[in-house]
Design a protein around this ligand. Structure first.
Ligand SMILES: [Zn+2]
Length: 453
């Protein structure tokens, strides 16, 4: 899908496309939802989380569509920039970064921040973690007024907040490194990626002479820390262990998608320069062709990939996207259904996509099916705010305005826009019989105190 999305319960002003991020006047976090990449990062994280004694079900992974190398934890969420995956040539490099972040998570290193995030519940605060220091400073000083955090945030000096509040302490860095090494050992994975990622970042940072890299700024890595990592990593019996080829392929397919979405065919070529005939490079090229607005050429390219590897769910998903763009919604729904069937992670995003395509097709007789499909997707993934919009459209087409308004209210609620959620819930409620299940659902949204969420 690679659809912009929201981190449930966090968003107010959110999800500007990356191309416009620099001109953003408000702090924003471009969260993306994509079944393929989410599934991959989950597969990277889950063994590490278990090794850390954490329950994977209780930790949420949030993808941030930003090409800068960054990852961080906040509360029970792991945020990872797509740029971190793109820059990692092997799964093991991303896995190393995740292991380190999970080390911070397990160590409770940001407990003091968590309180503030829980209290403020706004994306502005989370954006502060990414370097919009003023928002962070405002929250920290207790002003907490989101409305007051107006324009110009992104450009104001964020260093104070980063150094003071958001940077981990050096002892915490060492602890996170040690924890990461333990998790990697327990899961029989190489610590080489961890070492390569951090050493690489440090080198780049020293060469450029300025501490411009947010990841480096928030994760202080003095030379002695790299030294420790180097020594400790090489003691691992798995140091020279390579990623399984199937995982490397999935990793490269994800990188191809990220490259295509963030820089088109040019970025795909820069990523896979040496081998443009590889499956990932051609996948990226097919997506870039689709995004450039050439559905016929894109379809031919993705069909060739499907012929070669019919069991790859993401090829069918991209085929669905292309067909949607070409106005062939019924075929798109079938392609998404195929992808959903093949998807080992059973992502709710794909399930919902089937229904979304049917809604776009607009045939009244398909709406019941569309509603059922979207509901199925939402059961798996209640945070999919785009799906609620389509659900509301589907109800609208069947003439059930109350249900359409209730679905809109749910979508706003999941997106963190509680005020609009209550407005639509109140409207919907007037159309239901008092104490009917839908009436009560609307009542819940109307009466729930936002702080509880
Ligand atoms: Zn760190």
């Amino acid at each position: 899908m690679f659809a912009k999305g929201v981190a449930a319960g966090l968003a107010l002003a959110i999800a500007l496309p990356p191309a416009h991020a620099q001109t953003a006047r408000r702090a924003s976090l471009p969260v993306v939802r994509d079944a393929e990449i989410e599934g991959l990062v989950k597969d990277y994280s889950q063994p590490l989380l278990r090794a850390a004694g954490l329950s994977p079900a209780r930790v949420e992974i949030v993808l941030v569509n930003d090409l800068a190398f960054n990852a961080f934890v906040a509360g029970r969420r792991i945020f990872i920039n797509t740029g971190t995956i793109l820059e990692s040539e092997t799964p093991n490099e991303t896995i190393g970064v995740l292991a380190h972040e999970i080390g911070h998570l397990a160590g409770g290193h940001q407990e003091r921040l968590r309180d503030q995030i829980e209290r403020a519940k706004t994306i502005a605060v989370v954006a502060g973690l990414l370097g919009a220091g003023v928002a962070a400073a405002g929250a920290a000083s207790g002003s907490g007024s989101v409305a007051g955090l107006g324009g110009g945030l992104m450009t104001s000096g964020g260093n104070i907040a980063q150094r003071g509040l958001f940077a981990y302490q050096r002892t915490e860095e060492t602890t996170a490194d040690r924890s990461a090494l333990t998790y990697l050992l327990k899961t029989q994975q190489s610590p080489k990626g961890l070492l390569d990622s951090f050493a690489g970042l440090m080198r780049k940072n020293m060469l450029s002479g300025v501490s411009s890299d947010r990841y480096v700024t928030s994760h202080p890595a003095p030379q002695d820390r790299i030294g420790f990592l180097q020594t400790a990593a090489k003691e691992s019996p798995y140091f020279d262990k390579k990623d399984p080829p199937a995982l490397q392929l999935r990793h490269d397919l994800a990188r191809a998608k990220i490259a295509a979405y963030n820089g088109g065919a040019g970025q795909v070529r820069r990523t896979f320069g040496r081998n443009l005939n590889s499956l990932p490079a051609r996948y990226g090229d097919a997506i870039a062709t689709h995004l450039a607005g050439s559905p016929r050429a894109a379809l031919a390219k993705i069909d060739a990939l499907i012929a070669e590897s019919p069991g790859t769910p993401w090829f069918h998903e991209v085929r669905g996207e292309i067909l949607m763009a070409a106005g062939r919604s019924d075929e798109a729904a079938a392609a998404f259904a195929k992808a959903a069937k093949l998807d080992p992670t059973k992502s709710g995003i794909l399930e919902a996509a089937v229904g979304q395509a049917l809604v776009t097709g607009g045939k009244p007789e398909r709406m019941k099916d569309a509603i059922a499909q979207i509901r199925r997707g939402l059961e798996r993934d209640p945070g999919n705010s785009t799906a609620y919009q389509f659900l509301a459209m589907a109800y609208g087409k069947t003439g059930d305005i109350g249900a359409a308004e209730l679905a809109t209210a749910e979508g706003y609620w999941e997106g963190g826009n509680f005020r609009q959620a209550k407005v639509f819930a109140a409207r919907a409620q007037q159309k239901f019989r008092p104490n009917s299940p839908q009436w009560r659902q609307a009542q819940d949204i109307i009466t729930t105190k936002v702080n509880r969420k």
